[in-house]
Design a binder for this molecule. Structure first.
Ligand code: CP
Ligand code: NVA
Length: 318
């Protein structure tokens, strides 16, 4: 069996709960496949790899990009996506996650879920007989980081050996970036204030993953140190979904962590800027940066579509 077939086989039927669960080769293969599907879509070549299949999408939090890119992605793959607001499901009235997973598995070929607890996604995956894809939890956002890596690769021509700086809250996006960079050989430097740094167990696991690729993982409180010599500068909102009541307190704590012209002066002259969006101009990023010539945030948003199509086509393949 050639290596492409064995990678396809190893991905078939799997869940995407965390990037940590995938080998560097599997992640590289997903990115290669995403690039291939992107080219096919741009050329108008049919690629109905999931013809007649259905994806259930459970949302317990708001979404623009995730909802639309998964739904459009399923359509382009020849399948169908079902938007399920968690509040409208019996889940909202106390039906268990396990039963919801067992039942949905009788109707659909895959489930994407956006919710609060990572343990809920894990429980769903344990009981649903079809692949479960993590569309964001409080802990992780793996689909976003596949799109981010695809975007970096397109703009920089490679991943391994680059330096990526993440400045801001040590949140779900930061955690998945730690895994994504560690798995692909990207040196990652995270600058967050004390008390808002990425979780220690995630950093430790990412450091283990980095051992396989030669990436380095640095955690600091100094944004200038993180950004120094960076090829890629990334930030995210200071208050994530579910933290709305901390918004005011966080504005003060994070003020020195804004990505602005002064901070990026220390990055490489050809650095690129990423943000998963939605963004708050004037808070985590200055308008001059997100709307400036180094920003690739809309390529990044587009790449959610291509990355997730690859994930669905590989995991949900029969
Ligand atoms: N980046 C991201 O996940 O966007 P949405 O919240 O709009 O889905
Ligand atoms: N960290 C943000 C990402 C939104 C896509 C949140 O969880 O709200």
């Amino acid at each position: 069996m050639n290596s492409t077939n064995s990678l396809r086989d190893s991905l078939k039927g799997r869940d995407l709960l965390s990037l940590h669960d995938f080998s560097p080769r599997e992640i590289e293969f997903m990115l290669d496949f995403a690039a291939e599907l992107k080219q096919k879509q741009k050329r108008g070549e049919p690629h109905e790899l999931l013809k007649g299949m259905t994806l259930a999408m459970i949302f317990q939090k708001s979404s623009t990009r995730t909802r639309v890119s998964f739904e459009v992605g399923m359509f382009q793959l020849g399948g169908h996506a079902l938007y399920l607001n968690a509040g409208d499901l019996q889940l909202g009235r106390g039906e268990t996650i396990a039963d919801t997973g067992r039942v949905l598995g009788r109707y659909v070929d895959g489930i994407m879920i956006r919710t609060f607890a990572q343990s809920d996604v894990e429980e769903l995956a344990e009981h649903a007989p079809v692949p479960v894809i993590n569309g964001l939890t409080d802990l992780l956002h793996p689909c976003q980081i596949l799109a981010d890596l695809l975007t970096v690769r397109e703009h920089k021509g490679r991943l391994a050996g680059l330096k990526l700086a993440y400045v801001g809250d040590g949140n779900n996006v930061c955690h998945s970036l730690l895994f994504g960079c560690a798995k692909t050989g990207v040196h990652i430097s995270v600058a967050s204030p004390e008390g808002y740094q990425p979780r220690e167990e995630i950093v430790a696991t990412a450091r283990d993953d980095a051992g396989e690729t030669g990436a380095t993982v640095t955690i600091t409180t100094d944004p200038a140190e993180a950004v120094s010599g960076a090829d890629v500068v990334v930030t995210d909102v200071w208050a994530s979904m579910g933290q709305e009541n901390e918004q005011q307190a966080r504005l003060k704590v994070f003020a020195p962590y804004q990505v602005n012209g002064r901070l990026v002066a220390g990055a490489k002259p050809d650095y690129i800027f990423l943000h998963c969006l939605p963004a708050h101009r004037g808070e985590e990023v200055a308008a001059e940066i997100i709307d400036g010539p180094h920003s690739v945030v809309f390529d990044e948003a587009e790449n959610r579509l291509h990355a997730q199509k690859a994930v669905m086509a590989l995991l949900m393949a029969k």
